[in-house]
Design a protein around this ligand. Structure first.
Ligand code: ATR
Length: 293
């Protein structure tokens, strides 16, 4: 690890709990690779102490933070300025301090789209199916709509959540960009079979429920379809394995995690993030934890 000096500046992640976060190893590896005089630490802050913590961080000269559960929405009312995408998503994942002013942004959706582009996939004009309608689905669909996706078909177990999300996308981003189909329906099967991009944002299939799959049957997909599961533990979900069995291209949640982190890193340091270093650090940490069980 890089030496901590009198000049070392502080970055971090704020959450409750936060010990499980993958961000410290990922960002410290990136800071070290670029020999930047920063360190990145985890701050476990109870919700009732959030505003006191933010005041303290301003006073201490903290440079920037990632934000995780349960502070992502609450912090919207504590920052001085909010990025447009964060406002649409209704949650923050990144803060940066500029003197006494505090800016809030959200790099989750942009990170998702950046990972697609890095994989050679441009969402512009694409027919998309998104499974889920929670916080991750909001981030992913806002970014996809802004990146020019042709249509986003939403399916969620609790249909009313998908309907609310579709309405927000249609009214605030582009009329007609989003539409809802019923969870586990024949209509969903039809939409999966004609999608260019399919994204699972539900937690179905995540450790420890590794045998679960968000769709009971995956219909024959388009030959060029890309199937993306934002779950990163396990790296290969049942959902992705079923897509691979058809020869579909796939991406896992490590990519979204790396690219949302990379965009935050760029905001704080103004430097080009070392993507490969960040991905390796993340995969190393995942392996360590899997061994521990
Ligand atoms: P995140 O911030 O990761 O999106 P979330 O907001 O809690 O987390 O959303 C979790 C998503 O996974 C939701 O779409 C949820 O569906 P519901 O809205 O019906 O709860 C979905 N999900 C979780 N467990 C599920 C299950 N067993 N079957 C189907 N969907 C599930």
């Amino acid at each position: 690890m890089r030496e901590i000096l009198g000049t070392t500046q502080v970055l971090g992640v704020i959450g409750y709990p936060v010990r499980h976060s993958f961000s410290p190893p990922m960002h410290n590896a990136a800071l070290e690779a670029l020999d930047l005089d920063f360190c990145y630490v985890a701050f476990e802050v109870e919700p009732v102490r959030l505003s006191a913590a933010i005041e303290g961080m301003k006073a201490l000269g903290i440079v920037g933070l990632n934000v995780t559960i349960p502070h992502k929405e609450t912090l919207l009312s504590l920052v001085d300025e909010i990025g447009e995408e964060a406002r649409l998503i209704g949650a923050l994942n990144t803060l940066y301090f500029d003197g006494q002013r505090l800016y809030g942004d959200n790099t989750d959706g942009r990170g998702f789209v950046a990972s697609l582009r890095a994989g050679g996939e441009d969402p512009q004009g694409k027919q998309v199916v998104v499974l889920g309608a929670g916080g991750s689905a909001r981030a992913v669909t806002v970014a996809l709509a802004r990146a020019g996706a042709k249509e986003i078909v939403l399916a969620n177990r609790t249909q009313v959540r998908a309907e609310r999300l579709a309405e927000m996308l249609n009214t605030r981003l582009r009329p007609g960009v989003a539409r809802v189909v019923q969870w586990q329906s024949a209509q969903l099967q039809y939409e999966l079979g004609r999608a260019d991009l399919i994204v699972n944002t539900t937690s179905v299939g995540m450790h420890p429920q590794e045998e679960a799959c968000p769709v009971a049957d995956l219909p024959p997909l388009l030959p060029e379809a890309l199937v993306y599961d934002i779950i990163y533990n396990p790296l290969e979900t049942v959902f992705l394995r079923r897509a691979m069995a058809q020869g579909a291209r796939t991406m896992n949640g490590v990519e979204m995690l790396v690219y949302q982190g990379a965009l935050s890193f760029q905001l704080w340091t103004g430097r080009e993030p070392p993507i490969e270093v960040m991905r390796e650090a993340l995969l190393r940490e995942l392996q360590v934890r899997q061994k521990r069980g």
